[in-house]
Write a protein that binds this ligand. Structure first.
Ligand SMILES: Cc1cc2nc3c(=O)[nH]c(=O)nc-3n(C[C@H](O)[C@H](O)[C@H](O)COP(=O)(O)O)c2cc1C
Ligand SMILES: [Mn+2]
Length: 471
């Protein structure tokens, strides 16, 4: 069966039924949806939430679908432990997309005045957000130089029924394409695809070298070619199995104030004048499901982190073949833990630099550890820093590595009048590995490994009997 948003929802409901919950009460898209998700998050729960009825729209909505590594690992058909390696390996083997002439995303075609954004249940997410935002849309546009399609997730404020904002950050390709077109006084044609199999979203957020290639990447992660179909009003190919596609153009000389909006570092950042998308058409399935990402929350982080980890793993592997695993923790996407089977001391810096090159704007702290450390178990990473890191030798600070600016507040200097100016930011590398070869260190103290592996926990543990301690 071809993979899409609904096939994934069905898969979760079948394989991990506890991980999806349905709400049948009518809920307001203005904070109602995110407040329910937030309340659950405060209890440490991040199930996918399917809202059957959203006030003012006939479409249901799913949020938090991609808020857990366990579910993303399922989408990749692997385990959390293996997902980074699996991602990195598949990234090297793109599967070209397939062009089709029919697809469910064309069941409803609305053009011009009929194409109203208010038909969609677009939520307000965080308290000070300037408006409803499309947070899970994949923006597709074409490189004017090569004609190749590029895709990435970008935030879109809803300005009114027919206009959206777009925030192109730093060096991202979407922004490059827009700026190139604008220099030539040409409009940029765009399509925003909403709702697909999660690996499609992951593919769009991959750190690929050069422009475009995301559809091939998504195919590699999906395990089948992405089906593409011609858009109605713009010269672009769009995913035929998406739930919804919004088509439009960005004029080279129109801008509008966008933001504030709560971003992944957990702050309202990057408000200002931004380009405007004029909506030309909306095409969708007749029973379309609206896919939303809970911005500035776990879902935003998890969805952003896995493509980074996978991309970093692949790039580190090119220079340090003994790389074992990479973790960019969702709660601190500024950090990156890399475990390596080290042959030579020089490999630590090589691994760290490859990670920093892959993810130049957002990483602040790189920790390199040996292969006995599970980078997904942070107490082990901390233990390695505590017992193997010698600050006077093993700390490297790289001043002015990235910026100026960015989404992390330390990339900005605040002034008494409330204004902020962008500054360069520094990064640090912590070498928490043992010196190579790792023979100088005494063995780690542990009970006999073989005997531990033979212990059967099932049937061994019983409820404690309080009568044993009654005086
Ligand atoms: C949920 C989510 C929202 C994102 N929002 C933005 C955004 O508003 N602006 C931006 O520049 N990048 C954003 N990103 C990151 C880009 O999608 C990512 O860097 C992508 O690789 C860019 O693709 P491109 O360089 O091919 O255009 C977001 C990522 C995620 C996961
Ligand atoms: Mn790209």
């Amino acid at each position: 069966m071809a993979k899409d948003l609904r096939s994934f929802i069905k898969q979760i409901a079948t394989v991990m039924p506890d991980q999806i919950r349905m709400i049948t009460d009518v809920v307001d898209a203005k904070f109602g949806i995110t407040c329910i998700a937030e309340k659950l998050g405060q209890e440490g729960k991040f199930p996918a939430l399917f809202f059957k009825r959203v006030k003012g729209s006939s479409l249901p909505l799913v949020i938090n679908l991609t808020a857990s590594y366990e579910r993303l690992a399922l989408a990749l058909d692997t385990s959390v432990n293996e997902m980074v390696r699996s991602y990195g390996q598949r990234q090297g083997n793109p599967v070209p997309p397939q062009i089709v002439t029919e697809g469910p995303v064309k069941e409803v075609v609305l053009k011009d005045e009929e194409a109203k954004l208010s038909l969609l249940p677009i939520p307000y997410h965080n308290e000070l957000d300037a408006g409803p935002y499309i947070t899970g849309g994949i923006l597709i546009c074409k490189d004017p130089e090569t004609g190749s399609h590029n895709a990435g997730i970008y935030r879109h404020q809803v300005h009114n029924d027919h206009q959206l904002g777009v925030y192109f950050q730093g060096t991202h390709d979407g922004g490059y394409i827009y700026r190139r077109n604008s220099e030539m006084k040409s409009p940029t044609e765009v399509a925003i695809a909403i709702g697909h199999y999660p690996t499609f979203m992951l593919g769009a957020v991959s750190r690929l070298l050069g422009m475009g290639g995301e559809f091939g990447e998504a195919g590699a992660l999906l395990g089948e070619p992405v089906e593409l179909i011609k858009a109605e009003t713009v010269d672009l190919l769009v995913p035929a199995r998406a739930e919804i596609v919004i088509e439009g153009t960005i004029s080279p000389d129109e801008s509008r104030f966008e933001g504030p909006f709560g971003e992944w570092p957990g702050y309202y950042v990057a408000e200002g004048e931004k380009p405007v998308i004029q909506v030309k058409a909306i095409t969708m399935r007749k029973d379309a499901i609206y896919y939303d990402v809970f911005a500035a929350n776990q879902e935003h982080l998890v969805l952003g982190s896995l493509p980074r980890m996978g991309s970093i793993y692949r790039r580190v592997k090119e220079v340090v073949p003994g790389v074992v695993n990479v973790n960019v923790p969702a709660h601190a996407r500024t950090h990156c833990y890399i475990s390596i089977k080290k042959l030579r001391d020089a490999e630590v810096k090589r691994a760290a630099f490859a990670a920093l090159q892959t993810e130049p704007d957002n990483l602040r702290v790189i920790v390199v550890v040996d292969d006995d450390i599970n980078v997904f178990n942070e107490p082990e990473v901390t233990w390695a820093i505590g017992t193997r890191f010698r600050p006077e030798k093993d700390l490297l600070v790289i001043p002015d590595w990235s910026g100026p600016g960015g989404l992390i507040p330390s990339g900005w200097e605040s002034h008494p009048d409330g204004k902020r100016t962008p500054v360069m930011v520094s990064v640090m590398v912590i070498d928490a590995t043992q010196p190579a070869p790792p023979l100088h260190y005494p063995p780690r103290a542990r009970p006999p490994k073989k005997q531990v592996s033979e212990v059967q926990i099932d049937g061994l543990l019983h409820p404690f009997d309080p009568s044993l301690v009654e005086s």
